[in-house]
Design a protein around this ligand. Structure first.
Ligand code: NCD
Length: 469
């Protein structure tokens, strides 16, 4: 099967079978590294890095060189016409006419999707703000597979900055799809964002059991826990577990402990970095002496700050330099596949993949409601001229819209119907989103407002029924 001309914007752009196929090709490439130098001969990769990077950029570029291709690159926004106010859509169109494949890292969430929408060549997301980093996930899963021989049904602990860590988001989705049980241990105030939790518990079908200090997750414990994601493959084992069972569950240990640094560059301007650091988990020699970590792989996407002690580098369980090293064969396999220079057999796998592609209704009116995430590509001044807000309606109670770019959720308070008022201005009314009126309006007629002022500016008056005080 060919993956030619596909994009990799989120980890869900690859099925589990396709991920396994990338890994088989990476194995093949690793075994014959010196025979790859004509695979992508004559092809050009554009490497656009608008955020700092060592591993990701250099491993992509090394991958292209080892495949016999060439690389053109930008490593600073200040050196491009983006600094003159050019949109990333225009940049994507132009760079797509110079190169055969684009790799982009950008601080705006959803930027890689916009580049993929506008470039005429395959686009790989090398990290878009705090959203996703799918190729790091490929390196992470490949490392686990190499060490554990399987990706199915593992127990994995994710520690650190679960809020802003894009590697965490992509990895959590992929692990859930492979039927993992995931233990979350964030630094305080750095738990998983709501939209990530919703995806885990709806699209991937599992359950999230949250804990707090009164229910077994004592912060003084060596291995305190914020929440466990229970895969649908273990429907009843961990559900409604009492405190004692949590302790037993924790003592059994995990296959891998994945820790990340505090993503300082993404903190809100008012956030107190020191405050967040105070309770930040640290992996060191003392921790790894505990029985439950005897067989645990210690993983980190790097760079590290203080959360991963240098004293464990020589420990056999430490995997982080391997994760980085696998970046070259993994990215060689991926680039060769997306360029159509290699084909793969997609194995027909037994067993379920825990991933439901839910067809949420789309909401695409270009007025009334916008994404509230200031880091979303759709919220940027230079992009507003062409990006129309786009959402999926993912829940009704409360009304919840998921931005199609950054996936952040918003809960707009007012609604109206385009149908009832037609021709009769007096019927142009808006209502509370949490009133029964929401159920009465057909999705294609629904109009949603961020505020009363916006509804009124669009010519709507408050409805008599169902209005909040
Ligand atoms: C990660 C990233 O950029 O998100 N680094 C990487 O690509 N290996 C993790 C991080 O910066 O903390």
């Amino acid at each position: 099967m060919s993956l030619a001309n596909r994009n990799l914007v989120t980890i869900d752009d690859l099925s589990n079978q396709e991920i396994e196929a990338v890994f088989s090709l990476a194995d093949e490439i690793s075994d014959s590294m010196n025979q790859q130098s004509s695979v992508c001969q004559g092809k050009i990769m554009a490497s656009l890095f608008f955020e700092p990077s060592t591993r990701t950029r250099l491993s992509f570029e090394a991958a292209m060189h080892r495949l016999g291709g060439r690389v053109i690159s930008v490593v600073e926004m200040g050196n491009t016409s983006l600094a003159k106010g050019e949109s990333i859509a225009d940049m994507a169109r132009v760079v797509g006419s110079y190169a055969d494949i684009i790799v982009i890292r950008h601080p705006w969430e959803g930027a890689a999707k916009v580049v993929a929408d506008y470039a005429s060549v395959p686009v790989i997301n090398a990290g878009d703000g705090g959203h996703e980093h799918p190729t790091q996930t490929l390196c992470d899963l490949y490392t686990i597979k190499k060490e554990r021989q399987t990706l199915e049904g593992l127990k994995i602990a994710l520690w650190g900055d679960l809020k802003y860590g894009r590697t965490i988001h992509s990895l959590a989705y992929a692990l859930a799809r492979f039927g993992a049980t995931i233990h979350f241990r964030p630094g305080s105030g750095l738990g998983l964002p709501e939209h990530v939790i919703r995806k885990l518990t709806t699209e991937y079908g599992g359950m999230l059991e949250r804990y707090n200090d009164t229910k077994g997750a004592d912060r003084e414990m060596l291995f305190p826990l914020d929440a466990i994601y229970i895969t649908p493959s273990k429907p009843h084992q961990l559900v409604n577990i009492p405190d004692v069972s949590i302790q037993i569950e924790l003592k059994k240990g995990v296959d891998a402990l994945y820790v990340t640094r505090l993503q300082r560059e993404r903190l809100e301007p008012m956030a107190e970095g020191q405050e967040l650091e105070r309770d930040y988990p640290v992996v060191n020699k003392k921790l790894l002496k505990e029985k439950q970590f005897r067989q645990t792989l210690v993983m980190h996407p790097l760079p590290r700050i203080d959360e991963l002690a240098y004293e464990i580098d020589a420990d056999q369980r430490s995997m982080y330099f391997k994760q980085a090293a696998w970046g070259v064969p993994i990215r060689m396999a991926l680039v060769a596949l997306l360029l159509g220079a290699k084909q793969v057999d997609i194995p027909e796998k037994e067993g379920a993949t825990f991933f439901l592609k839910i067809d949420y209704p789309a909401y695409n009116r270009d007025f009334g409601v916008r994404c509230k995430n200031k880091k979303c590509v759709s919220a940027q001044q230079t992009e507003k001229g062409y990006i129309k807000p786009g959402f999926k309606i993912v829940a009704h109670k409360p009304l919840t819209l998921r931005c199609v770019y950054c996936e952040h959720e918003t809960h707009p308070p007012y609604i109206a119907s385009s149908k009832w008022h037609q021709g009769i201005v007096d019927y142009k009314r808006y209502y509370d989103a949490d009133s029964f009126m929401l159920g009465r309006i057909q999705p294609e007629n629904l109009i949603i407002f961020d505020s009363k002022a916006i509804a009124q500016a669009e010519g709507f008056k408050p409805g008599k029924k169902a209005l909040r005080g």
